[in-house]
Design a protein around this ligand. Structure first.
Ligand SMILES: Cc1ncc(COP(=O)(O)O)c(C=O)c1O
Length: 481
C-alpha cells in the first residue's frame, strides 16, 4: 500500500486537473504534499484566488487518506498561502505578502530569458480585477436573462438602445458631455473605437494621425493598422504641444486631455483652446481618450473636451479601468458627420459586444450599482495611492530624485529616477527581483529623463513597503547609463 501511495504521489492530475510534483524524499506524506503545493504557489503555477481541489478528490487521486490532504491545507492556510472559507473551499490567498502572481512579461520588454515570478505587479494599465463588482454584475445579468432582454437576436450596430440611453445620461452627468442616446455608439473599448475611426478617416482621405509622445502605443498601432500614418507629438507638463502639432500637418490627433498617459499631465486651459482652434481650422478630428476620468483624488474635475466642441471631437470611453478590461466594452461619441460611417464600419466588421453584456452593463449603470462601485473603487485606489506614496517617500534615494508626478488622478504615477540611471536597466533589475514596473522610455521614441511608470491599482497597501524597498535597493545598487 505504501508503495502504491508513493508511486501515485509522484505526480497528480488524473482526477483534479491539478499538476503537482510530490517526489519521495523520505519525509512524511503530508509534509511532501505541503511542500509541493507551496512550491506551486511560489512559482506562480497556482495563482491568487485559484481553487484547490476538495480534499476528498485530491486524496482519491493521490491514493492517500483525506487526513494527509487536510493536514497540508491546514498548514498552508496557517502560513498564509491558502485561504479556506465555508462555501468557497480552499483557494490560493489573494494577497499573501509573499505569494507571487503568475509570471508575465510585458510585451514591449519580452526577452529570451525565462520570466521571474512577479511578486508585486506595478505595471500600469489594469485596475484590480479582483474588485470587479461580481455580485452586482450577477444581479444585472440575472435580470437580463430572466427579463427576456436578449429578444433582439443581433444587437443593433450602434449598440442596444437601453445602453445608449444610460451612457448618454452618464456622460452628461459625469463628463459634461450633453448627448442624445442616438449619438452614442457602443464599442468593444477604446482600442476598437480608434481602429474604427481611423479606418473611416483613412477612407475619407485623411492620411496622418498625431499621437502623444510619450503615449500608449497600442492605440496608435490600431490606427496604423487601419491605414493612418502615425506621427508622435511631444507632451510636456501642460499636455500635448499644440505648436508642434500644427507643424505635423496631421488630419487628426489622439490625446488624453484629462490625464495624459503616462505623464499624468492635464491639458491646460490655453492648450485646450489652441487644440480646438487647430481642429476647427483644419476640420481635423480630435480623438479624446478619456480612459480614467472616474478616478480623481485631489484636483478639480476636468470636463471632457467633447463638452466644448462636438463638431471636431470624438469622445472615447470604456469600462476597462472601471470594471474589467476583459469585458471589452466601451462607447464613443463621434462628431455627427462621422456617426453613420462609423456605425456602418461597425456593422460590416461584425464585431461588437454581445447583447447580454450590453444589457447587463445598462442595468448596472441604470440601477446605480455602477456609481456605487465607482465610489468604493475611488476610495480603494486613493488608499493605495497614499500607501505607495508614503512607502516611496520613506527612501532618501527616491525622495532626492525629484517629485513623484501624475498623482492627482488615475491608477498610476511617474517616479523620477536620479539622472544617471537608465530606466530600462532599473526596470530589468526590478523584474529579476519580482517587481514589475514600466520604464518611461518604453512609451517614447524621444530621450526623456529616466523615470518609472508605476501602477498602484493592483498593489495592496501591505505590499507597498516591500515594493518601495525593492525600488530603492535597485537604485542604490544600480548600474548607471
Ligand atoms: C491610455 C489608455 N487608453 C485607453 C485604454 C483603454 O483601452 P481599451 O478600452 O481598449 O481597453 C487604456 C487601458 O489600459 C489606456 O491605458
Amino acid at each position: 500500500m505504501l508503495h502504491s501511495i508513493q508511486m501515485s504521489l509522484n505526480r497528480t492530475n488524473r482526477i483534479t486537473g491539478l499538476l503537482l510534483d510530490v517526489p519521495d524524499d523520505g519525509r512524511a506524506l503530508h509534509e511532501r504534499l505541503t511542500a509541493a503545493i507551496r512550491a506551486a504557489v511560489l512559482a506562480g503555477r497556482l495563482g491568487p484566488g485559484d481553487a484547490l481541489p476538495p480534499s476528498r478528490a485530491l486524496a482519491e487521486e493521490l491514493g492517500c487518506s483525506r487526513w494527509v490532504v487536510n493536514e497540508a491545507y491546514v498548514q498552508l492556510v496557517a502560513e498564509g498561502h491558502l485561504t479556506a472559507r465555508q462555501g468557497s473551499g480552499t483557494r490560493v490567498a489573494p494577497d499573501a505578502p509573499d505569494v507571487p502572481t503568475r509570471p508575465v512579461v510585458p510585451p514591449s520588454r519580452a526577452s529570451a530569458r525565462a520570466p521571474s515570478p512577479v511578486v508585486a505587479d506595478l505595471r500600469p494599465g489594469a485596475p484590480d480585477v479582483a474588485r470587479f463588482p461580481a455580485a452586482a454584475w450577477n444581479r444585472a445579468m440575472h435580470h437580463v436573462l430572466t427579463a427576456g432582454g436578449g429578444a433582439d437576436v443581433f444587437p443593433p450596430p450602434g449598440g442596444v438602445q437601453r445602453l445608449r440611453e444610460v451612457v448618454s445620461g452618464y456622460l452628461g452627468r459625469t463628463r459634461g458631455v450633453a448627448v442624445s442616446p442616438e449619438e452614442v455608439v457602443v464599442t468593444c473599448g477604446t482600442t476598437h473605437a480608434v481602429g474604427l475611426l481611423a479606418g473611416v478617416l483613412a477612407r475619407r482621405s485623411a492620411s496622418r494621425l498625431a499621437v502623444e509622445d510619450p503615449g500608449w502605443s497600442r492605440l496608435g498601432d490600431a490606427a496604423a493598422h487601419a491605414g493612418l500614418a502615425v506621427e508622435p507629438v511631444a507632451v510636456d507638463g501642460e499636455g500635448v504641444d499644440v505648436g508642434r502639432l500644427r507643424r505635423t500637418g496631421a488630419d487628426a490627433v489622439l490625446c488624453s486631455p484629462a490625464h495624459q498617459f503616462p505623464t499624468g499631465a492635464a491639458l491646460s486651459a490655453e492648450r485646450r483652446r489652441a487644440l480646438l482652434a487647430w481642429a476647427a481650422e483644419r476640420s481635423a478630428v480630435v480623438l479624446e481618450d478619456d480612459y480614467d476620468a472616474e478616478f480623481r483624488y485631489d484636483r478639480k474635475p476636468i470636463g471632457a473636451l467633447a463638452a466644448l466642441d462636438r463638431d471636431n471631437v470624438a469622445y472615447l470611453g470604456s469600462v476597462s479601468k472601471t470594471l474589467h478590461p476583459g469585458l471589452r466594452m466601451g462607447w464613443m461619441v463621434p462628431p455627427a458627420h462621422l456617426r453613420d460611417p462609423v456605425v456602418e464600419a461597425l456593422e460590416r466588421s461584425g464585431a461588437g459586444p454581445g447583447v447580454f453584456d450590453q444589457l447587463a452593463l445598462a442595468r448596472l449603470i441604470g440601477t446605480g450599482d455602477y456609481d456605487r462601485h465607482l465610489r468604493r473603487a475611488r476610495t480603494l485606489y486613493r488608499e493605495r495611492r497614499e500607501a505607495v506614496l508614503a512607502a516611496l517617500y520613506g527612501h532618501a534615494v527616491i525622495r532626492d530624485a525629484g517629485p513623484v508626478e501624475g498623482i492627482a488622478a488615475g491608477l498610476h504615477l511617474v517616479l523620477s529616477l536620479p539622472p544617471a540611471h537608465d530606466d530600462r536597466d532599473v526596470a530589468d533589475r526590478l523584474e529579476r527581483r519580482g517587481v514589475a514596473v514600466m520604464p518611461l522610455s518604453s512609451y517614447t521614441r524621444r530621450r526623456l529623463r529616466p523615470a518609472l511608470v508605476i501602477g498602484y491599482g493592483r498593489l495592496s497597501p501591505s505590499r507597498a513597503p516591500f515594493a518601495a524597498a525593492e525600488i530603492a535597493a535597485a537604485l542604490e545598487s544600480g548600474a548607471r547609463r
